[in-house]
Ligand binder design. Structure first.
Ligand code: 13P
Ligand code: SF4
Length: 363
């Protein structure tokens, strides 16, 4: 684990960016397409998907074109957990996962018999990068009395070392369940989500020190100023945002929970603190509402991660077609590791079904 003072957000942000800089430098945004190029790519991709019995599963943060393609071809758009569940329940031979690496890995772990490909294998996540297995394992070894609960945004190796995997949609319920059994928790890797769960449940939690480079950029001071301009607006925030932002929010929840709240809150104006890729779905489900992105520290011209994940952005139509043509960019998880990682993943799925928790991503 990083030796930074976890109470200093500025220090930890600087350190996390140092670790992720190499990865960020490789995260090239896709080229703009003309409408003819776009139509041609879509037609070719659809034809090949039908031929190979391939289904596309996409996260809400991906390009609207990719989300629409998934839905037009009987695929799926949702959160990380539901993307994996859709794959398991589908009779496709090939799953195309448009998201980031941990999502492809989860899909493969839950669907070992299927071919899982991604438009690019370079698309990763700052949380995954900042939780290397060796350091994480040492952290677990040093705290053997604690149940190890990890966020889905981790490598297969980190999942394999854990007792529970959770997504933001069921993290609170799982921690409450463990608390009711008197368990103490070791949590990794997102410190903001971890501290939100800790404050909400009162659980005894030891936190890893990592953050999402996108959500870390949302700033409470700017949000306060924005609320003066839109005093009747509701604020919906993803729990990967800093606690000062979450304290102002009316609703804190996963991407799916944000989408559901957008439909149910009476407010016409809604400020959203999460990746702006979600606006495509928000506008579909609540077309009469005005969605406003929460303010970030930087400006879009220079900030690589201002309200849009640079790795999610790498899932272009062109790269998807290329990987489909050659069935390249296949996700491989070493079978023994996959079996170990399957245990805490399956535990989460079983817990969700048993408690009838709403983990379905389709809004
Ligand atoms: P959800 O599981 O809420 O979709 O979040 C995934 C993610 O990476 C958020 O940054
Ligand atoms: Fe990871 Fe943040 Fe990107 Fe989500 S938005 S994939 S948490 S870097």
């Amino acid at each position: 684990m990083t030796d930074l003072n976890p109470n200093s957000e500025m220090d930890s942000l600087a350190a996390d960016l140092t670790v992720v800089r190499d990865f960020l430098d490789r995260a090239e945004p896709p080229e703009e397409l003309s409408s003819n190029e776009r139509e041609a790519l879509l037609a070719q991709t659809k034809e090949l998907m039908a031929k190979k019995n391939a289904k596309l599963v996409a996260h809400y943060y991906t390009d609207p074109l990719v989300q629409d393609l998934a839905e037009d071809t009987d695929g799926f758009v949702g959160d990380s957990l539901e993307m994996a569940r859709f794959g398991r329940d589908s009779n496709a031979d090939v799953l195309i996962v448009a998201g980031v690496k941990f999502m492809g890995e989860s899909a493969k772990i839950l669907n070992p018999e299927k071919t899982v490909i991604m438009p690019t294998l370079e698309a990763t996540c700052s949380l995954d990068i900042a939780c290397p297995i060796d350091e994480f394992s040492a952290f677990c070894d040093a705290n053997p009395e604690r149940k190890v609960v990890v966020y889905a945004n981790t490598s297969a190796a980190v999942k394999a070392r854990s007792d529970w995997v959770v997504t933001s949609s069921i993290a609170l319920e799982v921690v409450e369940h463990l608390m009711s059994k008197g368990e103490k928790i070791l949590w990794a890797p997102d410190k903001h989500l971890g501290s939100y769960i800790q404050k909400t449940t009162g659980a005894d939690m030891l936190l890893w020190n990592a953050a999402c480079i996108v959500h870390e950029e949302f700033k409470s001071r700017g949000l306060g100023d924005m609320l003066q301009m839109y005093p009747d607006a509701a604020v919906l925030a993803h729990p990967e945002s800093p606690s000062s932002v979450l304290e102002i929010a009316d609703v804190v929840g996963s991407t799916t929970q944000i989408i559901n709240a957008a439909k149910s809150v009476p407010n016409k104006e809604i400020i959203v603190a999460t990746d702006k890729g979600i606006f495509h779905k928000l506008q579909q489900v609540a077309p009469d509402k005005n969605f406003i992105i929460a303010p970030t520290a930087g400006n879009d011209a220079t900030c690589r991660s201002c309200a849009h994940c640079p790795w999610m952005a790498m899932n272009s139509l062109q790269s998807m077609l290329n990987s489909l043509v050659n069935t390249s960019n296949e996700i491989y998880v070493e079978p023994k590791l996959a079996q170990q990682a399957m245990v805490p993943l399956q535990r989460m799925l079983d817990f969700a079904s048993k408690n009838r928790l709403q983990v379905k991503g389709k809004a």
